[in-house]
Write a protein that binds this ligand. Structure first.
Ligand code: AMP
Ligand code: ZN
Length: 472
C-alpha cells in the first residue's frame, strides 16, 4: 500500500511501526456550529482510510479531537448568552448525530481540548525550560528559529515564510514567525491557571500534546487533516514535539484537498457553506459519501447539485446490480467457471487502486466497469462466480462505508409477472408461438424485456434496471 506523504512529497510504501496496529490522529472540528460539507469531506475520507486499513487486517487506534475552547466558541457563547460548555456540549452531540448519519465510524477516542489543559501546560513548560519558548506579559510564544527544520512540512525555507504575508505582525513577538502557545485571557474570557497567569492554550499546542498523551509519547503512523492545516497548524505541531524529542511526531502526513463552491473553499467565514444536516435532508449519507469519494482526495472537488444527482443515480445503479446478484439463481453451467478469472481480476484491480494512495476515484471506475460486466454476463454465472461477484461489492461497500439500506427495498419480481413468464415458456414448449408472443408483448408494455436463455427466461425490468431469471 502506498501513501503520498506531504512531508516527503512522494508516494511511500506504508510500513506501520507495529505490524498489527495503526496509530492515526486526525484533526477534528471546532465545536461551535454544525459541520459543513467541506468538513465532511475530510472526515469521510479519513474514515475511508481507517476502513481500508481495517479491511487489510490492521486494528486502527484512531484519535480525533474536539476543539472546545476557541475564539469562535467564546463569541458564540457571548452572542447567545450561554456558557462555553453549553455551546461545545451541544455541538459535540450534534457532531455525533450527523457523523452517525454519514456512517462515519466513531473514533477510538475523541479527546476534548479542555480535558487536556494540564498536558498542554506541561508541554509548554518543557518548551520554556529548554529555551524554545518565551513569555511576554502573560503570553507564551514558540521561538521558531530555535527549530532548524521549521518549514519542512510546508516545503518552504524559513526566510521565505518570514517575508510571506500570511504571518500576522505582532509587536509583542521576538520574531514574526513565532507562534502563540499560551494566550493571556482578556476580561470576561474563560481562563485556566498556569505558571504564566490566567489564560488558555493556543490551538497548535492542542493536537500535538494530545498525540503525545494518547499515544504514550510514541511516533504515530498517520497524521491527517484538511490541506489548510499543513501550514501553520501541522508545521507548528512538528516544531513543538520534534524540538524536544529526537523522534518524529508522525511518519506519514496526509492532507485532504478542499471541497469548493465555485472556485472557493467551502468555509464558514466565506459564508458559502451548506451544513451537512441541510444536505442530509435531500440526500442519503451513502450518496454524500459516494459523491465525496468519487474524486481523489488530493484533488479539489466542486459542489454541484448536478453532481449530487448523478452520484445518486450511479449509486442506485450499483445497488441494483448487487440486488440482482443476490437474487440470482445460477443457470446450468455449474462447472464452467468461464467468468471467474475476469471477476477475480476486477477485484484485484479494485484493490490495486485503493493501494495506490487510496485512489477512490479509480476504484469507483473499476466498480462501474464491473457493473457493466455483470449486466452482460450475469446469466452465465455459476454459484462460485455469483459469490465472487458479491464479494467485490461487499469490499466496496465496506471500504467506502456504504450501507445496504435501499437494497432491502428493491422488491422481488411480482408474482403475476413470474406466472406470465412461466405460461409463455409452456406455450413455447407446446410450439404455440402466437400465444407466447401475446404474453411477451403484454410484458413489454409493462416494461419487461424477455430473453430466452438455456434453461429459462431472463427478464430485464426496464423501469427499475433490475434483472430476474425464471427457470423452466
Ligand atoms: P474546522 O472545524 O474548521 O477546524 O475543520 C475541521 C476539519 O475540516 C479540518 O481538518 C479542516 O482542514 C477540514 N476542512 C474545513 N473546510 C474544508 C473544505 N472546504 N474542504 C475540505 N476540508 C475542509
Ligand atoms: Zn490539529
Amino acid at each position: 500500500m502506498k501513501i503520498f506523504n506531504t512531508l516527503t512529497r512522494i508516494k511511500e510504501e506504508f510500513k506501520p511501526i507495529n505490524k498489527e496496529i495503526v496509530n492515526m490522529y486526525v484533526c477534528g472540528p471546532t465545536v461551535y456550529d454544525l459541520f459543513h460539507l467541506g468538513n465532511a469531506r475530510t472526515f469521510i475520507f479519513f474514515d475511508c482510510v481507517r476502513r481500508y486499513l481495517e479491511y487489510n487486517g490492521y486494528s486502527v487506534n484512531y484519535i480525533q479531537n474536539f476543539t472546545d475552547i476557541d475564539d469562535k466558541i467564546i463569541n458564540k457563547s457571548i452572542k447567545e448568552n450561554r456558557t462555553i460548555c453549553e455551546i461545545s456540549n451541544k455541538y459535540i452531540e450534534e457532531y455525533y448525530v450527523d457523523s452517525d448519519r454519514l456512517n462515519i465510524k466513531r473514533a477510538t477516542q475523541n479527546p476534548r481540548a479542555t480535558d487536556c489543559i494540564e498536558d498542554m501546560i506541561n508541554l509548554i513548560s518543557k518548551l520554556m525550560y529548554s529555551g524554545f519558548a518565551y513569555e511576554i506579559d502573560g503570553d507564551v510564544y514558540f521561538s521558531v528559529r530555535e527549530f532548524g527544520s521549521y518549514g519542512k512540512l510546508f516545503g518552504q525555507d524559513i526566510n521565505t515564510l518570514k517575508s510571506g504575508s500570511r504571518i500576522k505582525i505582532n509587536k509583542n513577538k521576538k520574531d514574526a514567525l513565532d507562534f502563540i502557545l499560551w494566550k493571556k485571557n482578556k476580561e470576561n474570557e474563560p481562563g485556566y491557571d498556569s505558571p504564566w497567569g490566567i489564560g488558555r492554550p493556543g490551538w497548535h499546542t492542542e493536537c500535538c500534546s494530545m498525540i503525545y498523551k494518547y499515544f504514550d509519547g510514541d511516533t504515530i503512523d498517520i497524521h491527517g487533516g484538511g490541506i489548510d492545516l499543513v501550514f501553520p497548524h501541522h508545521e507548528n505541531e512538528i516544531a513543538q514535539i520534534e524540538v524536544l524529542e529526537n523522534k518524529k511526531l508522525a511518519n506519514y502526513w496526509m492532507h485532504c484537498s478542499f471541497l469548493n463552491v465555485g472556485n472557493e473553499k467551502m468555509s464558514k467565514s466565506l459564508e458559502n457553506f451548506f451544513t451537512i444536516r441541510e444536505i442530509l435532508n435531500r440526500y442519503t449519507g451513502d450518496v454524500i459519501r459516494f459523491f465525496l469519494l468519487s474524486v481523489h482526495y488530493r484533488n479539489n472537488i466542486s459542489f454541484d447539485e448536478e453532481y449530487m444527482e448523478s452520484a445518486n443515480k450511479s449509486l442506485s445503479r450499483i445497488k441494483k446490480v448487487y440486488f440482482n446478484l443476490i437474487n440470482f439463481k445460477e443457470c446450468d453451467n455449474v462447472n464452467k467457471n468461464e467468468c471467474l478469472d475476469d471477476i477475480r481480476k476486477y477485484h484485484s484491480t479494485f484493490i490495486d487502486k485503493m493501494n495506490d494512495d487510496f485512489n477512490t476515484a479509480d476504484a469507483i471506475s473499476v466498480i462501474f466497469e464491473f457493473v457493466k460486466y455483470v449486466n452482460k454476463y450475469i446469466t452465465n454465472f455459476n454459484s462460485l462466480e455469483l459469490s465472487e461477484s458479491i464479494k467485490i461489492f461487499d469490499s466496496f461497500f465496506d471500504i467506502f462505508g456504504l450501507t445496504y439500506k435501499e437494497i432491502e427495498e428493491f422488491k422481488e419480481i411480482e408474482n403475476d409477472v413470474k406466472e406470465m413468464v412461466k405460461k409463455r415458456m409452456q406455450f413455447k414448449q407446446k410450439k404455440q408461438f402466437d400465444q407466447a408472443d401475446i404474453i411477451r408483448d403484454e410484458l413489454v408494455k409493462r416494461g419487461y424485456i424477455l430473453e430466452d436463455i438455456n434453461d429459462g427466461t431472463r427478464i430485464k425490468d426496464i423501469n427499475n434496471n433490475l434483472i430476474y431469471i425464471v427457470l423452466v
